[in-house]
Design a protein around this ligand. Structure first.
Ligand code: TYM
Length: 349
């Protein structure tokens, strides 16, 4: 991880369960093609952390159902996310990558958490409020989305959650949920769940899209990780800029193209381009061409690996199967403890 990037709170000192070990967990929705916002906001941190700690990364297909109700697309995007992680350097011998719904215990835990969650808190959820503000009628899945996310994190005893800044509220809600469960069902000196910390890199916390708003599948303003050729060119050349004439000096810090260049360029190169902006005579078209070359080069190797992996769908499925096995080995005993704590007895055992 470059030195220039600073993560916000990542200490586990405040955890009542005082885990001795960092457990990294994070999820990504298979609701579309992954984009630069996903990569720089989250996936790059996942790849960087996955060799250093025990780590669980899941493809949250239950969450994706809140917005995607096309069975073929959901199945395709699910495998696509896995292929992308492997292409970007995720090593399945070092950490676990799996499909959320392969650990169905997570929905059981979510149900238990629903009963500890005030509806008024869920109504303050950012995605839920956004939909309401747009005059749309959100489904119950979207309202409850943060509770399922809390279950995702807590079922593996997660302590550190690498995400983009848009997920901060969800991690706070997860901490609240863990606290409520511990308070309701556990002795003060023996809480079941640690309170996880978000791991958000300050300088890449919100990646802008081609229109300057947050890059997001739902805004249709994304640049895909593996976009190439004409498609990539069209998107980069279409990035919205102001109308300062070519000759005039420009402020790089106010420009969407430069915001993206910063993700790829060394500090030296950034300084060189910023100076050209300020000097004038350097147009947005020049900057876009630089950016185009940078994106193309940065993902060239991963693109190659991805093409090869696309010919090995069985391997990708094997990775996911093994990942799910390891995840269930954590989730099942955790659920036994949760059921025991909550009084959910079974007549089957
Ligand atoms: P999703 O799929 O919407 O986003 C996946 C990750 O990408 C980050 N991200 C961004 N970061 C910076 N700038 C952007 N423009 C940008 N767009 C997306 C998101 O912050 C996220 O880290 N709710 C989660 C999925 C989830 C999850 C979990 C995450 C479900 N369960 C448990 C962590 C732990 C989400 O936003 O997915």
């Amino acid at each position: 991880m470059p030195e220039s990037q600073h993560a916000t709170a990542s200490s586990t000192a405040a955890n009542p369960a005082s885990p001795t070990e960092t457990v990294v967990v994070s999820g990504i929705q298979p609701s579309g093609t992954l984009h630069l916002g996903n990569y720089f906001g989250a996936i790059r941190q996942h790849i960087a952390l996955h060799r250093r700690h025990e780590a669980y990364f899941f493809i949250v297909n239950y969450h994706a159902l809140t917005s995607l109700q096309d069975a073929d697309a959901l199945a395709r995007y699910t495998l696509d996310v896995a292929t992308t992680y492997l292409a970007l350097g995720f090593d399945p011998d070092e950490a676990h990558l799996f499909i959320q719904s392969d650990v169905p215990e997570v929905t059981e835990l979510a149900w238990i958490f629903y009963n500890l969650t005030p509806v008024s808190h869920l109504e303050k959820g950012v995605s839920y409020k956004d939909k309401v503000a747009q005059g749309l009628s959100p489904n119950a899945g979207l309202l409850n989305y943060p509770v399922l996310q809390a279950a995702d994190i807590l079922i593996y005893g997660g302590t550190l959650v690498p995400v983009g800044a848009d997920q901060k509220q969800h991690i706070e809600m997860t901490r609240d949920t863990a606290g409520r469960f511990n308070h309701t069902y556990c002795p003060d000196d023996d809480p079941l769940f640690p309170l996880p910390e978000p791991h958000i890199l300050d300088d890449v916390s919100v990646i802008p899209g081609v229109d300057g708003r947050k890059m997001s599948k739902s805004y249709g303003n994304t640049i895909g990780l593996f976009d190439e050729g004409k498609m990539l060119k069209k998107k980069v050349m279409g990035i919205v800029t102001d109308s300062t004439p070519l000759d005039a000096p420009k402020d790089p810090e106010q420009d969407n193209v430069f915001a993206l260049i910063k993700l790829f360029a060394s500090e030296e190169k950034q300084a060189e381009i910023a100076a050209a902006y300020r000097a004038g005579g350097y147009g947005y078209g020049h900057a876009k061409k630089e950016l185009l070359g940078m994106i193309d080069a940065y993902f060239a190797e991963a693109r190659e690996r991805r093409h090869k992996l696309e010919e090995r769908p069985d391997y990708v499925r094997d990775v996911l199967r093994e990942g799910a096995k390891a995840a269930r080995a954590q989730a099942e005993p955790m659920m036994d403890r949760v059921r025991a704590a909550t009084g959910l007895i079974s007549a089957r055992r």
